[in-house]
Design a protein around this ligand. Structure first.
Ligand code: B3K
Ligand code: ZN
Length: 872
């Protein structure tokens, strides 16, 4: 895909020296593969893969055919039906190289794999009795020899042969063509996919699966057969995913005019999966946690996640599959756009206000720290060592924000014209981010030249807003100034185009001003508006119109006013959060805890009958500890924890009657997924949390009663989490009951591990150490590994314990899991890479762990890249 070069020796020791792939080095493929026929003789220990590639020379050159390979060796190679002797091809470390003389040939290779021994879960692997594949980004080369790059598109013809008893169901991409039995205990199925696709979208599944079958009639009247395939016992838990799939199909027709294109659409749930799900053409493969849901085992957040991920993968059929990426530097082309699409879908299915709050919270928790740290990269990176490390919050979530800004700047109608043009122009192609932006420009006439900097500049811009008022003229002036912090490889930056939705409120009539879109496209912009007899109150970055950090220096009185009256729900939420941040930061800096304004704002919000309950629940929650850490020049985990706990307790005490009343009033009989029922559960859980935090004697008993009496996982899990933060007897009882009730259900048992790893128990670090030795803990299952260590590293207070024990435990984990599954290991490095944000003592301890990992022999490329960059 690209030329390769070695990095500067200062950055890496000669022994490690992985190659760096650079965006600018892109060259078109030397050979194309219009057709591929694959035959799999499936067996968990030894699967034979035969691949017949029709290859055509691409342009005038005399270079050989290079087929990527990772851990596989050919048992046979033929060209145009003639066996090549061993010297007839070259076997390089990462490629099978075949000299070819003509313009078109048929190349056939054969290899043998062991799915059961594949612990990386990339390529063909075994999971709970199934055989399944994961190819994105570069797993196909672990299955067969192929130019494994997304700009080589082929038509696939796939023949699967397997034992009929162990693998009665045989699935692949596209449409089923034939199946039958050999009469000797083995059977076969053949699938063909008429749409040329890159090999990262190839998939197969074999196993004993049951199907939830349904159908969808597309807007042009075609009937599509839908199937969600799971283990038989899980069938009753697939209805929500099926509804989400049908809703997504209808939504993509209505909102984007996109129709599904094959006769079948299958989804398979597997329990060992490196991430959330995979959009393989016509055969999505999912981590079971994003398919299975019922009230007993899934919380409302789980239900929402199922809906969102099913939609996301379905939407990829157009944004990703029909129009794919030219190279992996363009990853955000499909991921940022598809996240934007799934966010809007989920908003349409539920509450726009709450969805926006959740998405921004996620961006701030996952992406802002990335943009502010050693792994910062633009949404279209310039280089990588291991592409798996670039499936980041920046590519996905910041990428979605960039698309959102384009939609805002163009307006809905022009944006839709732009997406129509993009899909029509590039259907069947491997496209670039530039192609997307160009289509937007061509469809709208809007010049996005400067806006393109969002694709190339990393780091979160900071916008300072200074408002002044001239009482004599009634004029208000707003000066907006952007600063662009230096990031790795980008010490100096150009001014960005930052679209900010702004309103200036009269303090006497807040919430009634007209909003305007201000484009901050120079270092500083001033706007002056007449008609303000009194100094107005600033509502800025409404709806979070740009992914920036705003420093507006608003008084607590102004924030309180906005928290009660801003007509933009996000602005209202934001004002409340900022008020809480101000109060907490002042307290951490040594002032008395001035909880009054926060308590008043919460009291008013709780009493406002016009507000949606789900919004209220989000608005009254205190900001998380990590977000508070991000507001400080040097993170003080203990100070933050103490201050936040103190404020939580005070709010709990002063408003105790309200919390009790709310907890009782929001109880419901019978389970429903209606917005109202979900909102009531959110409120009930927030109320419980404050009530227990108040220190009321009966708090743990009330929490235990909710835990024990709940008819749904939302209330049970939330009560468990509330209890897990304390040291009451009820804590132990609830954890035991939960374990015994769900120890056979892997997804719920993950919650048991995760809840404890997130908890604020004084001995959380030791408890996690113990849980890592629990008989149900395993490094081999990514969900379980993440439930414990992923949650722990997100527990700022516990993970950053001053003695460094948390860092050591994570260091041990990274080294142990790297030997099994490098992708899971590499994802745990960034928390240690945040050392620059902490005091000298903690920073030294974190660096020591990074060095220990760096010095270890046989480190994967994945972990090495993250560690080297994190040490800086
Ligand atoms: N495209 C996949 C992610 C693949 C991750 C590879 N390391 C799922 C998704 O984003 O929809
Ligand atoms: Zn995706």
């Amino acid at each position: 895909m690209a030329d390769i070069s070695t990095p500067p020796t200062s950055a890496l020791s000669a022994a490690s020296a992985p190659v760096i792939i650079r965006r600018e080095a892109y060259r078109v493929p030397d050979w194309l593969v219009p057709d591929i026929a694959l035959t799999f003789d499936l067996d968990p220990d030894a699967t034979i893969v035969t691949a017949r590639l029709s290859v055509t020379r691409n342009g005038e050159h005399d270079r050989p055919l290079r087929l990527d390979r990772d851990g596989i060796s050919p048992t046979r190679v033929t060209v145009d039906g003639v066996d090549l002797p061993e010297g007839g091809y070259a076997l390089e470390e990462e490629a099978l190289v075949i000299p070819l003389t003509g313009g078109a040939h048929v190349v056939e290779t054969q290899t043998t794999l062991s799915p059961i021994a594949n612990t990386k879960l990339m390529g063909l692997y075994a999971s709970g009795g199934l055989l399944c594949t994961q190819c994105e980004a570069e797993g196909f080369r672990r299955i067969t020899f192929f130019p494994d790059r997304p700009d080589v598109l082929s038509r696939y013809d796939v023949l699967l042969r397997a034992d009929e008893g162990d693998y009665p169901i045989l699935l692949a991409n596209g449409d089923p063509v034939e199946h039958g039995s050999f009469g000797d205990g083995r059977h076969f199925a053949r699938w063909t996919d008429p749409f040329p696709k890159p090999c990262y979208l190839f998939a197969l599944v074999a196993g004993d699966l049951s199907c939830n079958t349904d159908s969808f009639t597309t807007m042009s009247g075609r009937t599509v057969k839908l199937g969600i395939w799971v283990k038989e016992g899980d069938l009753p838990r697939t209805d929500h995913a099926m509804k989400a799939l049908k809703d997504s199909m209808a939504w993509d027709e209505t909102v984007y005019g996109r129709e599904y294109d094959l006769d079948v659409f299958n989804i398979v749930a597997v329990s060992d999966f490196n991430f959330g799900a995979m959009e393989n053409k016509g055969l999505n493969i999912f981590n079971s946690r994003y398919i299975l849901a019922d009230p007993e085992t899934a919380s409302d957040l789980d239900y929402d996640a199922v809906e969102g991920v099913v939609a996301h993968e379905y939407f990829h059929n157009w944004s990703g599959n029909r129009v794919t990426c030219r190279d992996w530097f363009q990853l955000s082309l499909k991921e940022g756009f598809t996240v934007y699409r799934d966010q809007n879908f989920s908003a349409d299915m539920g509450s726009h206000a709450v969805k926006r709050i959740e998405d921004v919270r996620m961006l701030r928790a996952g992406q802002f720290p990335e943009d502010a740290g050693p792994l910062a990269h633009p949404i279209r990176p310039e280089s990588y060592m291991e592409i798996s490390n670039f499936y980041t919050a920046t590519i996905y979530n910041k990428g979605a924000e960039i698309i959102r800004m384009i939609a805002l700047i163009l307006g809905d109608a022009a944006f839709r014209k732009g997406t129509d043009l993009y899909f029509d122009r590039h259907d069947g192609e491997a496209a670039t981010c530039e192609d997307f932006v160009k289509a937007m420009e061509d469809a709208s006439g809007v010049d996005l030249t400067q806006f393109r900097l969002w694709y190339s500049q990393s780091g979160t811009p900071r916008v300072s807003a200074a408002l002044s008022h001239d009482a004599a003229t009634g004029r208000a002036s707003l000066t907006l100034t952007q600063t662009l912090p230096a990031t790795p490889g980008q010490p100096v930056k150009q001014a960005m185009a930052i679209p900010l939705r702004v309103a200036l409120f009269d303090p006497q009539a807040p919430g009634q001003a007209a909003e305007e879109l201000v484009m901050l496209d120079r270092l500083s912009v001033t706007i002056t508006r007449p008609g303000h007899a009194k100094p107005p109150v600033l509502s800025i970055n409404r709806g979070f119109s740009a992914p920036v950090i705003v420093e507006a220096n608003r008084s607590n009185a102004d924030l309180a006013l906005l928290s009660a009256h801003d007509d933009d729900p996000f602005g209202r939420y934001e004002a409340m959060q900022q008020l809480m941040v101000n109060v907490l930061m002042a307290h951490i800096a040594g002032d008395r805890l001035e909880s009054g304004p926060v308590i008043e704002a919460i009291r008013r919000t709780l009493a406002d009958p016009a507000l949606d309950g789900a919004f209220v629940a989000e608005a009254v929650k205190l900001p998380g500890e990590a977000y508070l850490g991000d507001q400080m020049p040097v993170v003080d985990p203990d100070g933050i924890h103490a201050a936040r706990e103190a404020l939580q307790a005070e709010i709990g005490r002063v408003l105790e009657d309200q919390w009790r009343a709310l907890h009782t009033a929001s109880a419901r009989k019978g389970f429903s997924l209606s917005p109202d029922a979900k909102a009531a559960r959110r409120l009930r859980n927030v109320a419980l949390n404050f009530l227990v935090a108040s220190g009321a004697k009966d708090g743990p008993a009330i929490a235990f009663a909710q835990f024990d009496g709940a008819d749904n996982m939302t209330e049970r899990q939330s009560a468990l989490a509330t209890l897990a933060n304390g040291t009451s007897d009820e804590r132990e009882a609830a954890l035991d009951i939960f374990y015994n009730r769900y120890s056979k259900d892997a997804l719920v048992l993950d919650k048991w591990f995760q809840t404890q790893a997130f908890s604020f128990h004084p001995d959380t670090v030791e408890l996690i150490e113990e849980l890592a030795r629990h008989k149900d803990f395993t490094l081999a299952n990514p969900n379980r590994a993440r439930a414990l260590y992923g949650a722990f590293s997100g527990n700022q207070w516990a993970f950053n314990r001053a003695d460094g024990k948390g860092y050591r435990m994570v260091g041990d984990f990274i080294l142990a899991v790297d030997a099994i599954n490098p992708q899971v290991a590499a994802r745990m490095v960034p928390p240690l890479g945040r050392w620059r944000r902490f005091d000298e003592g903690r920073a030294a301890l974190m660096q020591a762990q990074l060095r220990r990992i760096e010095d270890s022999a046989d480190l994967s490329k994945d972990v090495r890249e993250q560690v080297v960059k994190s040490l800086g």
